[in-house]
Design a protein around this ligand. Structure first.
Ligand SMILES: *Cc1c(COP(=O)(O)O)cnc(C)c1O
Length: 388
């Protein structure tokens, strides 16, 4: 018998959706206003207030947010943007689609975040921006990155897809750089299904991002159909269709209202794992740095075959067979054929990210997990390691 039979399979990253979200979506549907409207406006201002950013633009994904943030930097062909090899492909693809050249700087093996010293080595006269990712919810070293950016006159765009609750010296991730990009994908700490947000203190750049997110039209389309009389719109640049719907914001408003409560639960689950795995030959997440707050988005363990007697890929298969959903965050970017072919990248050239990517496993960390669910995850991990 597996730890959890098929009908009780523990889905990785399943969001905690309560009645408030359901009611708000239904109210949106009954109101007839499904698209971008008052709920998006409210979610935007609630989110800006939560992270302490003067401006926010709600979009339909973090990928869209990263794309527009980089388009708004007006990259010229050959302009380089330095990012981490230990990230989701969207961070790199956004650089490419904005017309830039991605450059990778390896991670610090302890924090798994981009190493500012490696960033410094990659800076050239063509470098235009740094795009750090707060991996798993742990803040990057924002003192080092902001001073590097200032010293070399570079833009800083933060990928905060894992980092909604993250702070560094009391200040929220996403508010250090010129622009911060967040995700509300189904597995993220605030989930709207699909959704994203750009935050910034730069009013002008944000006004442009809002225009770019809706076809390049000069005024909010939703105001056109309001009761103030018909207003013409004018297209001022070739934009994109990246706006968030009220249906999504309806979920986000209530998800955001419970983000702190959920964080308490994530932290408790995290501590249960830390205690339960302390005696096992696994690599465990490093403790939270003083004066920072970890968003606890991903609990990642490292399965080194030499120490654990089981390969990472076999461990993934066996966890799934035990009825526990797992994730991999991430195979390093240079493992993927597209980037190898286009840029000649080889995983060995970023050895820290490569090693992590070949050993890492993400365990369930949803606030929806009961203590019994957590006990099942622990039992499955211990069982697989004991069988070797
Ligand atoms: C999820 C994620 C994204 C993309 O977010 P979407 O909202 O799914 O577009 C980008 N970067 C990182 C690091 C992510 O984890």
């Amino acid at each position: 018998m597996p730890v959890r039979p098929k009908e009780r399979f523990l889905v990785f990253g399943s969001p905690l959706i309560l009645q408030e979200e359901v009611d708000e979506v239904v109210a949106s549907m009954r109101s007839g206003w499904l698209g971008t409207g008052p709920k998006v406006a409210r979610f935007q201002s609630d989110f800006a207030a939560y992270v302490g950013a003067p401006h926010a633009a709600a979009l339909n994904s973090c990928t869209a947010a990263l794309h527009l943030a980089l388009v708004a930097l007006d990259l010229k062909p050959g302009d380089e943007v330095i990012t981490t090899p230990l990230t989701f492909c969207a961070s790199v693809n956004a650089i490419i689609h904005a017309g830039g050249t991605p450059v990778l700087a390896d991670v610090d093996p302890r924090t798994m975040n981009i190493d500012p010293e490696r960033v410094r080595e990659k800076i050239t006269p063509r470098t235009k921006a740094i795009l750090p990712v707060h991996f798993a919810g742990r803040s990057c070293d924002m003192d080092a990155l902001t001073s590097l950016a200032r010293e070399h006159g570079l833009f800083l765009v933060e990928d905060c897809a894992h980092a909604i609750e993250t702070t560094w010296r009391g200040r929220h991730a996403g508010t250090f750089g010129d622009l911060g990009c967040f995700s509300f994908y189904a597995t993220k700490n605030v989930a709207t299904g699909e959704g994203g947000m750009v935050v910034s203190s730069d009013a002008e750049r944000m006004a442009r991002i809002k225009i770019l997110g809706l076809h390049g039209m000069s005024a909010d389309a939703w105001k056109r159909f309001g009761d103030e009389g018909y207003k013409h719109y004018f297209v001022v640049e070739a934009g994109f269709k990246y706006n968030m719907m009220d249906l999504q914001a309806a979920i986000g408003i209530h998800q955001l209202a419970r983000v702190e409560e959920n964080h308490v639960r994530r932290r408790a689950v995290w501590e249960m794992y830390d205690r339960a795995f302390a005696d096992l030959p696994l690599g465990l997440p490093a403790p939270e740095e003083p004066n920072t707050r970890h968003a606890r988005h991903l609990y990642t363990i490292l399965v080194d075959e030499a120490r654990c007697g089981v390969s990472r890929d076999d461990f993934l298969t066996r966890m799934t067979r035990e009825g526990i959903g797992v994730g991999v965050h991430y195979l390093s970017v240079p493992e993927h054929p597209y980037y190898q072919q286009r840029y000649g990248w080889r995983p060995e050239d970023w050895p820290e990210a490569m090693t992590i990517g070949r050993r890492t496993v993400s365990l369930p960390l949803s606030p929806k997990l009961s203590d019994a669910d957590v006990a099942d995850v622990i039992e499955a991990v211990r069982l697989i390691l004991s069988e070797g």
